[in-house]
Design a binder for this molecule. Structure first.
Ligand SMILES: Cc1cc2nc3c(=O)[nH]c(=O)nc-3n(C[C@H](O)[C@H](O)[C@H](O)COP(=O)(O)OP(=O)(O)OC[C@H]3O[C@@H](n4cnc5c(N)ncnc54)[C@H](O)[C@@H]3O)c2cc1C
Length: 511
């Protein structure tokens, strides 16, 4: 059995855990594509580009109505900001990403008042995971304090978020009555940011019919996801790694990490044969037949996995959150939790402001965002990379094999060990020092296993190499996340940014 694919088996076993441990909620159809919401009133503004009527009254343009964009639109509009959301495709996404929202992400969703978006979509409650080793050993890993996560069809959840944002009523101040909505959600592909004197003033976008429009606002927030074509203007992207995976769409999600930058093609059957010959033998026996069946049905889809540390370059008038800003390995399913946590933070930072027109001052103030988001992003990103690296490493190397074994056994210790890791991984405990504790505890545990009760010279050598390999895995990840900003935020000038002084007038729309 090729050890480098154990990871796939382990993850598949994790997913099997969903099936045996979660309880299901009633199924309900999601109806109504959001397409009809995208009716807009437009008037021409010369040079072939039209200007949306809404644009002149917009505080914030949000590019992309995925998890981050939709949640942010709702949060900001609820706070009184007038929001225009431009989304490339308002029909229900059929994507194989973002299907498990960890307990920490569920809490963030509730903080935003969006928890009911998990209802009526046949979402599943997940209490714990079952990790199965390739030799059949298994261990259950639960969330601490009876917390639970939710899993669902990504598209249904997104439509719920979009619906909720687009239908948020706007109230007149007196008499108090609904007078429309502060969120304008429309279909269009943003092609570029509009810049004037180094400040972003809005966007250009194309409708489905090919009409080019312009929209302007004091602040443009880019949430256009992992394939962002706008991030190059707003950050310095780092290298990505590519991982591909198939997952079935209903009961059991099967996530296979195919290592390397080139995947076997699906079209000529190479992928199916790869899955059958290399991956299937590692599947837990109870899943084996279903796995083969799914391959034979041909229901194989792939998705590249990208990793990108947040590296924004502050730009007046524009801001980035979600996958466009920062991506981590998908193995731990942490992306939506980080995204929603960013939404809560950004909403809170914008709350004290009355208007967003002073782009330079707001840009400076929002530099604190990158520091304040660190604890959650750091814990989830680092664990995702560490878990992926440890589980995908080859058994040919005794030190890596030992590390994998030790990690599995560490999880089996239960109590503070597995719960502590789950709390970090799920966003429930965004404490970087706790993560460092667990990383070193795992390393110490692995070395202890090798050296006790009697260290032989061979085992001492393996232990020394294991320490080097372990540190070699952890330190680059810590470095990419930013050691100073994570562990010593108070030494960062940006940590002390305060809201710019503004007039005390209420926003036009009122809170
Ligand atoms: C294989 C895989 C599995 C994953 N599984 C999980 C999981 O189980 N749990 C989890 O929490 N996370 C998971 N993630 C990560 C998660 O999917 C992302 O973190 C999350 O979807 C990011 O949300 P977002 O709003 O930033 O981007 P997206 O959800 O990708 O939304 C971006 C939106 O922007 C729109 N858009 C793009 N370009 C434009 C444009 N130019 N103009 C207008 N609109 C545009 C897109 O149509 C889309 O609607 C997974 C990721 C991968 C790769």
């Amino acid at each position: 059995m090729d050890s480098k694919h154990v990871f796939g088996g382990v993850v598949a076993a994790f997913l099997f855990g969903f099936v045996v441990l979660y309880s299901s909620r009633g199924r309900e159809n999601i109806k109504a594509s959001e397409k009809n919401r995208s009716k807009k009133t437009l008037k021409s503004s010369g040079n072939g580009v039209c200007r949306s009527n809404f644009a002149g009254n917009t505080d914030v343009i949000i590019v992309g109505a995925g998890v981050a964009g939709s949640a942010l639109a709702y949060a900001l509009a609820k706070d009184g900001w007038r929001v225009q959301v431009i989304e490339r495709d308002l029909t229900e996404p059929d994507r194989i990403v973002g299907e498990l929202l960890h307990a920490g992400g569920c809490i963030k969703l509730a903080e935003l008042g969006l928890e009911d978006c998990l209802d009526g979509i046949d979402s599943q409650i997940v209490f714990s995971f079952a990790a199965v080793h390739k030799d059949g050993r298994r261990t259950a890993i639960s969330y601490p304090s009876n917390a639970c996560s939710r899993s669902f069809h990504h598209g249904r959840f997104i439509q719920k978020l979009r619906e909720k944002a687009a239908s948020l009523p706007k109230y007149s101040s007196f008499p108090l009555q609904p007078i429309g909505t502060d969120v304008k959600l429309e279909q269009g592909t943003v092609t570029s940011l509009v810049e004037e004197n180094g400040s972003i003033k809005g966007v250009l976008y194309k409708t489905k019919a090919g009409q080019e429009l312009a929209a302007s606002a004091s602040l443009t927030i880019v949430c256009d996801g992992c394939f962002s074509n706008l991030r190059r203007n707003l950050c310095n992207p780092k290298d990505s790694i590519v991982v591909t995976y198939p997952i079935s769409s209903n009961e059991i999600r099967c996530f296979v990490d195919v290592p390397g930058s080139k995947q076997p093609p699906i079209s000529n059957g190479e992928m199916a044969s790869y899955l059958k010959t290399v991956v299937a033998p590692q599947m837990p026996p109870e899943l084996h037949n279903a796995f083969i069946c799914a391959i034979e049905k041909g229901n194989i889809r792939t998705m590249p996995n990208r990793i990108m540390a947040a590296s924004p370059s502050p730009t007046p008038g524009a801001f980035m959150i979600g996958d466009s800003l920062n991506m981590r390995h998908a193995v731990t399913g942490g992306g939506m939790t980080v995204g929603l946590s960013d939404v809560v933070l950004l909403r809170d930072l914008l709350r004290p402001l009355n208007d967003l027109r002073d782009g330079a001052a707001i840009c400076k103030y929002l530099e604190s965002f990158d520091i304040l988001r660190k604890p959650t992003a750091f814990a989830i990103n680092t664990l995702a990379s560490t878990l992926h690296t440890v589980f995908s490493s080859s058994d040919q190397d005794p030190s890596r094999k030992e590390m994998k074994e030790a990690f599995f056994n560490y999880l089996s210790l239960g109590g503070v060990f597995s719960e502590g890791l789950m709390a970090l991984l799920s966003g429930l405990n965004p404490a970087p020092l706790s993560l460092v504790f667990h990383c070193f505890a795992m390393l110490a545990y692995a070395v202890g296993r090798l050296l006790l009760p009697f260290p032989t010279p061979k085992r001492v050598c393996i232990a020394a190499k294991l320490i080097l390999v372990g540190l070699g895995i952890i330190f680059p990840i810590l470095k990419a996340e930013g050691i100073r900003a994570t562990f010593f935020p108070v030494t960062m000038p940006a940590y002390y940014r305060t809201p710019p002084v503004q007039s005390t007038d209420e926003r036009e729309t009122g809170k």
